[in-house]
Design a protein around this ligand. Sequence first.
Ligand code: FAD
Length: 79
Amino acid sequence: MPKAYPAYFGTYSKFDSIKSFTNGIENLFLIGRNGMHKYNNQDHSMLTAITAVNNIINGVKTKDNIWNINLEDEYHEEK
Ligand SMILES: Cc1cc2nc3c(=O)[nH]c(=O)nc-3n(C[C@H](O)[C@H](O)[C@H](O)COP(=O)(O)OP(=O)(O)OC[C@H]3O[C@@H](n4cnc5c(N)ncnc54)[C@H](O)[C@@H]3O)c2cc1C
């Protein structure tokens, strides 16, 4: 299945540019696995959605708490 796994190579080193740009769009929330191009599991993916909704409800403008979910960018299935 194409794009089943987020790839951490190629232009990934420039990902912060995309993150900064999209963070600047107040009503755009990148969440989930493909949305954040991040090796999220189901629990992480759901937590990013829950956190985004809580931010909207509580008027929190920063998206840092969403990006801080699943910070360890390791492959969870590796031994
Ligand atoms: C092989 C494999 C095994 C995994 N095993 C586990 C596991 O054991 N435990 C675990 O916790 N996680 C596992 N995961 C990870 C888990 O599947 C993901 O973290 C989770 O599904 C991500 O949820 P999501 O909502 O971000 O994205 P998704 O579940 O991928 O949902 C995105 C949805 O958006 C739809 N979509 C895409 N583009 C468009 C469009 N243009 N318009 C409308 N709809 C669109 C897609 O069809 C899809 O239904 C596994 C993943 C893979 C690939």
